[in-house]
Every structure is written in structure tokens, then in C-alpha cells.
Design a protein around this ligand. Structure first.
Ligand SMILES: [Zn+2]
Length: 376
């Protein structure tokens, strides 16, 4: 009798395990389907990053490149979202710009999923939701919340110690899949290094003048709410910070550390002629102090733990006690930073103007929500 019962429980446990495996496999498989984007009518062509380096053709590192050419001679801007696919406002701000942008002078190139592979998995043991929904006028849009790093299915195993190329700077092995440690990359390296190499090629081949890398950080990290600039371009950064201050938004200018290698604001500036800027917003769902990790925390950015930490004054954190750090605030900041840095660039390079129009400003996004500026 006891043996029959044992057999029965073994069968039941096996069936349950198999069912959970199937459910997990379906959820994981869904992460390989990119969300549909709806570029504005100003889009002139769409290509792939592999058009600039065919070493990533057919890999999960290849990603879409959207070109907006006004047809009027001027400069070229490159906007990159999704360097870290777990940073919702990085991707979402890029999508809002992609779906609303009008360019009347020069060109804008947009890469919404810079590390495409990182959108196909989430970070294990972190409890992150794998997607979130944004309501729009015509229905709901679903967006994936990926990982900070390249999918291990695309690049494995990690070394114990990662030696950054070509600086030989030593970092933890995990960082070998972080594309914001991989620049300038190399054509015969890991997938992450190959994608980084392709980004350098697009900047060079398209003669990019100004380039943006959008990010989010946990509230306790000191670089939150900053504009990081390469020291060669301090004037442009400072002028933009002033412009943003006048619009009621406080950004701290931060110079790119000279000895911290592999980052966009360092290597794009050193290996190409582009003027690079990196912006960070405060995202409590990414922090170590966070409570329950769910879609609500990702989108509303409201967390009692951070409220308490802020109240105690024990931590110098970028967290707004009254309102939290909602997605509208984070997307609004990124878009305003993009606009003001281009304005500032135009002031210093009047012969290579880039004129962008039709983008919602901070107040509009705060009032109407992000979904108001997404198509369907
Ligand atoms: Zn980041």
C-alpha cells in the first residue's frame, strides 16, 4: 500500500514539475518576440546593426536601426536605449521619441534595443517581472523587462575575472556580458564585444556628431540624475544642465572617469568623433533596499523602504518621498535631457544643426502619462 502511495506521489510530482517546466518554457520563449514599434511618419529608412558589421548577422545581438533624415544638411544624432534591458525608462523613452519624432534639419538615428540579446531573458534570483503594460488611447502595449547583461544562452561561460579589451582592466566575470563595459569592442571577441564593435562602426560610418546612451540606476547609487560627459565636451553638458534647471529639472553634471574603461561616455568619446552623453534616472525597482519587486514598483516607483531610508537621512539617495519615482517622471527627464543637450550642441555647432520637433515635454508626460505618446 505504502509503495503504491509512493508511486502515485512520484507520478503527481513528475506531472506537476513537467507542467511548471512547460509554463516556464512558454514564458521564456515569449521573451524572444520583440515588441512591435510604430515609428513616426518622419522615418526614412530602417536597417539592422549588422549592416555596419556583418559579424553579428543572424545572432541575437543584431538589432534594428531607425533612420530619420530631414533631407536638410546638418549634423547627425544617435539615440540608444536598452543598453541595460532591465532599465524600463531607458527603452520606453527611446520608444516615445521613435514614435513621435519629427526632424527638420540633419538626421537622427535610433537604436531602441542596443543590447538585443539582453531583452530575451531576465535576471535570475532578482524576482523581476518579465514584462509590463502601458495603457494607451487604443489599448494596452506590452513591453519586455530584460536583463542587465547579454543572455547567457548567447554567451557562456563567464570567466572568473573579466579582462576588459583593450585596457586589460579587471572586473568581475559577470561584467563580460555587460555591453557598457565592452567598448570599443572587437570584431573577433565575445558576442557582447562584437555588438560594441558594431556600435563604434555605426558612429564612424554615419559620422555621428552627438550620441546618447539612456540608463536608470538604483536610488542609492551616487550617479543617479546625472548627465555623464566626456571631459572634451564639458561646455555642452554645462549649458544643457543650465537649460534643464530653467525648465525646473535638476541634473548633476558628472565627468566620465578617465580610468574606468569600456563605458559609452568614455570610449565613444575617445574612439570616435561623436560627443557622447549618458543619462541616468532613479529606479527603485533596481535597488537593494527595495521591497516586493513587481510591475507596480517598476512603473510607479513608489517604495516604503526607500521612503524610510530617506526619512532616516542615513543614506544619500535620489528618491522623492512624496511621489516616488514614477515612469512618467523618469521618461520625462530622459526626453528633456535629449532635447536640451541637442539645443546646447546646436549652440556650439551652428553649422551642423540637428532640429528635433514634436516631442512631449516633461510637464506633458507628467500630466497625460506615457501611454498618451505611444501609438497602437
Ligand atoms: Zn544602465
Amino acid at each position: 500500500m505504502a509503495m503504491i502511495r509512493n508511486h502515485l506521489s512520484t507520478i503527481i510530482i513528475s506531472i506537476l514539475t513537467a507542467a511548471m517546466g512547460v509554463i516556464a518554457a512558454i514564458a521564456f520563449g515569449k521573451m524572444h518576440h520583440p515588441e512591435v514599434l510604430y515609428p513616426s511618419a518622419s522615418l526614412t529608412s530602417k536597417g539592422m546593426l549588422s549592416d555596419y558589421f556583418d559579424g553579428i548577422t543572424g545572432t541575437n545581438g543584431d538589432t534594428e536601426v531607425y533612420l530619420y533624415d530631414s533631407g536638410v544638411a546638418g549634423g547627425t544624432a544617435l539615440l540608444c536605449g536598452g543598453t541595460h534591458a532591465n532599465e524600463a525608462a531607458s527603452f520606453l523613452s527611446t520608444v516615445v521619441i521613435l514614435e513621435n519624432l519629427r526632424v527638420t534639419c540633419g538626421r537622427v538615428i535610433i537604436i531602441p534595443r542596443l543590447n538585443n540579446s539582453a531583452f530575451t531573458c531576465s535576471d535570475p534570483m532578482e524576482g523581476f517581472p518579465s514584462s509590463y503594460e502601458i495603457p494607451t488611447k487604443n489599448g494596452t502595449r506590452v513591453f519586455r523587462l530584460g536583463s542587465r547583461v547579454t543572455n547567457p544562452l548567447d554567451q557562456w561561460p563567464d570567466p572568473l575575472v573579466f579582462a576588459q579589451y583593450p585596457s586589460n582592466q579587471q572586473l568581475s566575470g559577470f561584467e563580460t556580458r555587460n555591453i557598457n563595459r565592452a567598448y570599443p569592442g572587437r570584431p573577433d571577441g565575445t558576442l557582447t564585444e562584437k555588438v560594441a564593435y558594431a556600435i563604434i562602426q555605426i558612429i564612424k560610418k554615419e559620422n555621428v556628431n552627438i550620441a546618447f546612451d539612456l540608463h536608470e540606476s538604483s536610488p542609492e547609487v551616487p550617479i543617479v540624475n546625472v548627465i555623464v560627459y566626456n571631459e572634451k565636451y564639458e561646455d555642452i553638458a554645462m549649458n544643457a544642465v543650465l537649460g534643464l534647471e530653467m525648465a525646473g529639472l535638476q541634473f548633476s553634471p558628472e565627468t566620465s572617469p578617465k580610468n574606468f574603461h569600456g563605458l559609452s561616455h568614455r570610449e565613444w568619446g575617445d574612439y570616435t568623433n561623436a560627443i557622447p552623453f549618458l543619462m541616468e534616472t532613479s529606479n527603485p525597482s533596481m535597488g537593494r533596499l527595495r521591497g516586493e519587486t513587481n510591475v507596480d514598483l517598476v512603473l510607479r516607483g513608489d517604495c516604503d523602504n526607500y521612503k524610510k531610508a530617506k526619512e532616516t537621512g542615513a543614506l544619500r539617495i535620489a528618491y522623492r518621498e512624496e511621489t516616488g519615482e514614477p515612469i512618467e517622471h523618469r521618461v520625462g527627464r530622459h526626453i528633456m535631457g535629449f532635447i536640451e543637450l541637442i539645443n546646447s550642441y546646436n549652440y556650439y555647432y551652428p553649422e551642423m544643426q540637428i532640429v528635433v520637433e514634436n516631442l512631449p515635454d516633461y510637464d506633458m508626460i507628467m500630466e497625460n502619462g506615457v501611454g498618451e505618446y505611444l501609438k497602437n
